[in-house]
Design a protein around this ligand. Structure first.
Ligand SMILES: [Zn+2]
Ligand SMILES: [Zn+2]
Length: 102
C-alpha cells in the first residue's frame, strides 16, 4: 500500500493532480469556510484542506472526500498539534503537515 511517511512520499502526493482536484472539491463543498470555526459558531474563511484522519496513519483515506475538511490556518495549527503532540511532544510538528497548505 502507498504510504505517506517520508517527505518525498508526501511531496509526491501533494503535487499530484488527484489531490489538487480533490482539495478543490472539498473547498467548494465547504464554501471555503472553516469547518472548525463553524462548529464553534464562528465564521472564518478557510484556505487549508485538512485530513481529518492523518494520511500518515490512514494512507487509504488520502483521497477520500469524506476525510477532508476546510479549515483556517489557525484551526489547522491547533488540529495538528493535537494529533502529533503525543508522538513528538518536544518537537515542532510544523514540517510534518505544511504541505497541506498547498
Ligand atoms: Zn478556523
Ligand atoms: Zn491538516
Amino acid at each position: 500500500m502507498t504510504e505517506y511517511k517520508s517527505k518525498e512520499q508526501k511531496k509526491k502526493f501533494y503535487n499530484s493532480k488527484s489531490w489538487k482536484e480533490l482539495r478543490l472539491l472539498a473547498l467548494d463543498r465547504d464554501n471555503r469556510e472553516c469547518q472548525e470555526c463553524k462548529r464553534q459558531g464562528k465564521f472564518n474563511h478557510g484556505q487549508n484542506v485538512h485530513h481529518i484522519k492523518e494520511i500518515y496513519f490512514y494512507p487509504e483515506l488520502a483521497l477520500d472526500l469524506d476525510n477532508l475538511e476546510t479549515v483556517c490556518i489557525n484551526c489547522h495549527n491547533i488540529e495538528h498539534k493535537r494529533t502529533f503532540a503525543h508522538i513528538n511532544p518536544n518537537k515542532s510538528t510544523k514540517k510534518i503537515w505544511q504541505d497541506e497548505r498547498w
